[in-house]
Design a protein around this ligand. Structure first.
Ligand code: PLP
Length: 354
């Protein structure tokens, strides 16, 4: 028995994938299963594959490398670094791109290796993360790409809600379809893929507002946590607890709620402030900020309050709990996107599959 641990329920991951794939397929949308939140762990990817994803997507080439043995096409989600183009053409079949210089390098490298590399050109619809913003520049780039050796321009795509918090709507996604149409007319090029975003685009399907012609979504969080991310609503017939965190109590003592002495800065350079609630029963769990941001986890026991954490310690107020915790007790937490990401990245947290 090793703690802290993330427990991954593989059947629930498969179920969530099946539901989302079904929902998307009914709308003629293929699902890219995004694996970066869980560092591309092959056991979890296998469940996504059984659940019917069509493409494996990850932002890190290291993860795609680990997934070489899966037969599905691999999509690199983060714009390639020029310094990694060799590995990109080797381990990714498709990459999202917005920089012509990078695409030129990919072309050179693909030619050298005598293989073809596929490109989805990213368009910035206003969220202001990646993608070409200027419309004229989009067409200029398309024109150059189609002249390059060993490169296939297979589609256009966009990413929303990630930086600017801009929601996918009928109107902005419709713009992608207009671009596709213009490219078809101007260059006699029928782009196969129109990639309409991430888990924040699902609400459009649920509302019946997804523009016809958007035929790919790249889904990570919704598969793992069973929620769409535009409004944070749960998705019908999916599980929100396919992954949970468990950690162990290493100290359980009654203490005042306000520290004693002169308050300076805490371990992270902040000056903390405290409410005096008198003497409280406090538990310390063996997990810290090195593994997870305490605001990204929720105690399964609703009567527990997280009151702080340092690099290796999570401090909880358990006074109001009806449970009889002791030193060595295991506490369970539910997860959010940020905590899944960091818990999987931390090598101090064990991953247990059930
Ligand atoms: C992370 C990522 C996704 C998946 O986002 P979710 O919100 O987890 O569905 C899709 N596309 C790109 C470009 C990404 O970086």
């Amino acid at each position: 028995m090793c703690y802290p641990r993330v427990e991954i329920n593989l059947a629930k991951i498969r179920n969530n994938t099946l539901k989302l794939v079904e929902m998307c397929n009914e709308n003629n949308i293929d699902v890219v299963g995004v694996t970066k939140v869980f560092c591309g762990k092959p056991k979890i990817v296998r469940e996504m594959v059984k659940g019917g994803i069509r493409v494996i997507g990850d932002s890190r080439i290291e993860n795609l490398k680990k997934l070489k043995r899966f037969k599905l096409p691999k999509l690199l989600l983060r714009l390639p670094m020029i310094s990694e183009v060799e590995q990109v053409v080797q381990y990714a079949d498709i990459s999202l791109n917005s920089e012509i210089e990078t695409i030129r390098r990919l072309s050179k490298e693909a030619k050298k290796r005598n293989l073809r590399h596929k490109i989805i050109l990213m368009v910035d619809l206003g969220d202001l993360r990646e993608g070409i913003f200027d419309e004229e520049e989009i067409f200029e780039t398309v024109e150059i790409i189609i002249s390059l050796d060993n490169i296939d321009l297979i589609g256009i795509g966009t990413n929303l809600t990630c930086y600017g918090g801009i929601l996918p709507e009928k109107s902005n996604l419709q713009h992608l379809l207009t671009l596709k149409e213009t490219i078809r007319k101007k260059y006699k090029l029928n782009l196969k893929v129109v990639s309409g975003g991430n888990s924040s685009s699902l609400h459009l399907i649920e509302a019946g507002d997804m523009p016809k012609g958007i035929n790919q979504l790249r889904l990570g969080e919704s598969i793992v946590l069973g929620r769409e991310t535009a409004y944070g609503n749960t998705i019908e017939d999916t599980y929100q607890d396919a992954m949970t965190l468990q950690c162990e109590i290493i100290e359980l003592q009654d203490k005042p709620s306000v520290p004693i002495g002169t308050i300076g800065m805490d371990a992270f350079g902040n000056v903390p402030s405290f409410n005096d609630k008198g003497i409280r029963k406090r538990a310390i769990c063996a997990i810290g900020r090195q593994d997870v941001d305490p605001t990204d986890i929720l105690p399964g026991d609703k009567n527990i309050e997280i009151i702080g954490s340092s690099s290796d310690h999570l401090i909880l107020d358990v006074t109001d709990s009806n449970e009889n915790y002791t030193v060595g007790s295991i506490l369970r937490f539910s997860l959010k996107y940020g905590s899944v990401l960091s818990l999987f990245t931390s090598e101090y947290v064990k991953k247990i599959y059930v």
